[in-house]
Ligand binder design. Structure first.
Ligand code: COA
Length: 254
């Protein structure tokens, strides 16, 4: 679906009218296509969608630099375009930061959140930002892919992620990392009152399991599940397990 008013691309799978829609949001330098396997599974049982934030995938960049607020506005536009009321917001990494931000600031559009491989603070390695800003931004890609997967990951998914990073605009990735680096909601997690599911690979090197434990301890009533043998890229490393956990969480919300 193309959202003309907001200039955003929204991939939709499944047309079920029962239960809330599920909206997946990618992380820094990501795109909706990363959710393909998850959407395929979710779409068999519910309405599921994945957004290209401005400047990612098929959504053009805004004229002004992106901010956490502008990305939150993108998500609000997608929720409105879906037209099904408050959504279950599934956010990966930076997308998880956006989900937390919206759960606190726009509870009217968020039925529940799934926080996948993320944290309440997301400091970024300065060397990574510097490499993306350099004259050789592609040199940052091996730094990303080297840390994003559990050891022994299927070379095909590493290649798929590498290709998505090659398509990404380095200037946008730098904006995303600055947003991550400035994000800190640690002292406000008690303000999240919607149902919350926290998922993290036990081999995640970019947002270690400790970050998810912190979320679980501080978000009232939240549930926490580890995905064994997974690193940071849960939607590529274990799409069926991830989708199964989301389905089990969402069905009782209907
Ligand atoms: N949840 C719980 N604890 C957190 C946290 C979170 N979201 N974020 C940081 N912390 C903890 C750290 O574990 C650390 O605890 P410790 O002192 O007991 O070791 C402490 O808070 C301070 O951490 P941090 O704010 O990250 O500062 P730092 O100076 O220790 O490290 C970096 C800064 C950038 C080196 C580090 O965050 C890092 O290696 N990040 C790489 C991740 C990355 O680049 N991700 C990119 C994709 S988003």
């Amino acid at each position: 679906m193309w959202i003309e008013s907001a200039q955003l691309n929204l991939e939709i799978a499944g047309a079920s009218n029962s239960g809330p829609a599920v909206l997946c949001v990618h992380g820094a330098g990501g795109e909706s296509g990363l959710w393909r396997g998850v959407l395929a599974r979710l779409g068999t049982e519910m309405c599921a969608a994945a957004l290209d934030l401005s400047g990612h995938g098929k959504s053009p960049a805004k004229a002004e630099p992106h901010t956490i607020e502008s990305y939150a506005d993108d998500i609000a536009a997608a929720v409105q375009a879906l037209g099904r009321g408050p959504v279950v917001l599934v956010g990966h990494s930076m997308g998880g930061a956006l989900a937390q931000h919206l759960a606190v600031n726009r509870p009217d559009i968020v039925r529940a959140i799934v926080l996948a491989a993320t944290g309440a603070r997301l400091r970024v390695l300065p060397a990574l930002i510097a490499q993306f800003k350099s004259t050789d931004p592609q040199g940052a890609i091996p730094m990303m892919t080297g840390a994003a997967f559990a050891p022994g990951a299927d070379p095909a998914i590493v290649a798929a992620y590498t290709q998505s990073l090659e398509r990404a605009d380095p200037g946008i990735v730098v904006q995303d990392f600055r947003i991550c680096d400035a994000f800190d909601i640690m002292s406000r997690l008690g303000g999240i009152t919607c149902p919350s599911l926290i998922l993290c690979g036990d081999k995640d090197m970019l947002t270690p399991f400790k970050y998810s434990s912190f979320l679980h301890e501080h978000i009232p009533g939240s549930a926490l599940h580890a995905l064994p043998g997974c690193g940071h890229m849960l939607m590529l490393e274990a799409p069926d397990t991830l989708a199964g956990a989301i389905l089990a969480f969402v069905k009782p919300l209907a």
